[in-house]
Design a protein around this ligand. Structure first.
Ligand code: EPZ
Length: 435
């Protein structure tokens, strides 16, 4: 199992390029199930969750070609299996995004019910309730969700999400494109990834209006065609590198990003004293001007401050002057990184949905363990500033959503190594080093 060995204290300097957004690429790949024609997606990030989605598509009978590493040509002309198995769903909850497209195109689907995960219970009741509203017969059988559409075609409906759900909105949006009649989604998620999926669906011949706003209207059509689409940049990777530049007192140029999608993240980091310049529509420059100051944070649905940036922000607040209070409103168990940061000397008090961070604190390198994707990013950031060496276990979490983060960090000066340790000798660090 791979680990990261990081020696802190280097001010990062240079240029880093942002990859495509994992959370847009996943639903866009699932959308290919909606048509027998070829969907070509560009700017796909080379991360593990994409490989899992590709496997899911191939398992159901789709063909996925990659003429280039970040271009996927997907053809779902010969889908035979309307099923997303447990093995895949347990490694990636986003496999549930196959449910809407399979149900819409084939009138039936079977998807393993995702269990809970490190950050929360994460039920999919809102997805299932929406498909029932669209006329589907939905029931659980042997740990699987089984869904069947009446006369093989869903019916348009008024959907009111009692809670904003990103993949819930995306699943229903995809299903509604082939439904009989009109679907209206109220209290829809407004994330840029939802808007990006809407753009792809319309290129495929769908009639989606309002993606990216709280109210989305979809007129169902008989069939969808092929399309070509470029995935938006990853705003969470962008935010992570802004923090990396600020926390190491460095100077970074962040290219191929979309500052507009990061408005609230940039706004909050500026409140904390981070100097961020918008060089142009796809480039940001981060520089260290003055000491980081404590600033309270509350995570919210887009356009609020993303929960996927909360852990990275917590690490930054360990270096801030004063006390900051972080309130996590989206997931009920998303402070797992705090106890690992405490192991490095951070002063953090957790109570329910609030974390109080005292700063500034000199972090000391230690052996720590990643519990989920964004928690692992917060530990990498801590390792970049800690005294001595930090060893991060279970970096497979970070590979799920960050493309070669150690290579990108090394290119701007970080002292970070990926170390593969054979399972037989967990303690020996002097094994083969892979860049
Ligand atoms: C998406 O997850 C992202 N994943 C998550 O990113 C992100 O943290 C999350 O949205 C919130 O922004 C992808 O896009 C693949 P939700 P999703 O449904 O759609 C509750 C990362 O790090 N809820 O918006 O699964 C749920 O429990 C990942 O890249 C229900 O109760 O999140 C949560 O409390 C982690 N019932 C809240 O709503 C439902 O049916 C928001 O969840 C659905 C959701």
């Amino acid at each position: 199992m791979d680990k990261f060995h990081i020696r802190g204290g280097v001010a990062l300097k240079g240029r880093v390029s942002i990859s495509g957004a994992k959370n847009s690429a996943l639903p866009c790949m699932a959308a290919a199930i909606l048509t027998p024609e070829t969907i070509t997606l560009h700017n796909i990030p080379y991360v593990r969750d994409i490989i899992t989605m590709r496997r899911l598509l191939e398992d159901i009978g789709a063909h996925v070609l990659t003429p280039e590493l970040r271009t996927h040509k997907i053809s779902a002309a010969n889908v035979e299996l309307m099923q997303a198995p447990y093995e895949l769903v347990k490694t990636m909850r986003a496999s549930v995004l196959a449910l809407g497209p399979l149900l819409a195109r084939f009138g039936k689907a079977r998807v393993s019910l995702p269990g809970g995960c490190a950050i929360g219970a994460r039920p999919i009741d809102l997805h299932l309730a929406s498909f029932s509203k669209m006329g589907a017969d939905v029931f659980l059988e042997a740990g699987d969700v089984v869904a069947r559409a009446p006369r093989d075609r869903l019916v348009g409906a008024e959907i009111q999400f009692e809670k904003i759900s990103v993949t819930g909105t995306e699943n229903v949006m995809m299903a509604a494109t082939l439904a009989r009649g009109k679907t209206v989604i109220h209290n829809a998620a407004r994330e840029p990834e939802v808007r990006d999926l809407g753009e792809l669906l319309n290129k495929m011949g769908a009639r989606v209006r309002g993606a990216g706003t709280p109210k989305i209207e979809i007129e169902g059509v008989e069939a969808l065609g092929g399309a070509q689409h470029t995935i938006i940049p990853d705003r969470i990777e962008t935010g992570t590198f802004i923090v990396a530049g600020a926390i190491t007192k460095g100077e970074l140029e962040i290219k191929d990003c979309n500052p507009e999608h990061c408005n609230r993240i940039i706004g909050k980091l500026r409140d904390a004293g981070v100097e961020i310049e918008e060089v142009n529509q796809s480039t940001l420059r981060v520089s260290y001007g003055k000491p980081i100051r404590a600033a309270d944070l509350k995570t919210e649905e887009y356009p609020g401050f993303a929960t996927d940036m909360q852990a990275q922000y917590m690490t930054l607040m360990t270096q801030a002057d004063g006390q900051s209070e972080i309130t996590e409103t989206i997931f009920e168990n998303r402070f797992m990184h705090a106890s690992e940061l405490q192991r490095m000397g951070a002063r953090i008090q957790i109570s329910h949905d609030k974390a109080v961070v005292e700063g500034p604190t000199n972090l000391i390198g230690a052996r720590v363990q990643a519990s989920d994707l964004r928690a692992s990013a917060s530990l990498v950031l801590a390792g970049l500033i800690a005294e001595g060496e930090t060893i991060i276990d279970r970096v497979y979490h970070i590979d799920r959503g960050y493309e070669k983060i150690e290579t990108k960090l090394k290119a701007v000066g970080a002292n970070i190594e990926r170390v593969r340790e054979s399972v037989t000798s967990p303690l020996s660090a002097s094994q083969e080093v892979r860049g």
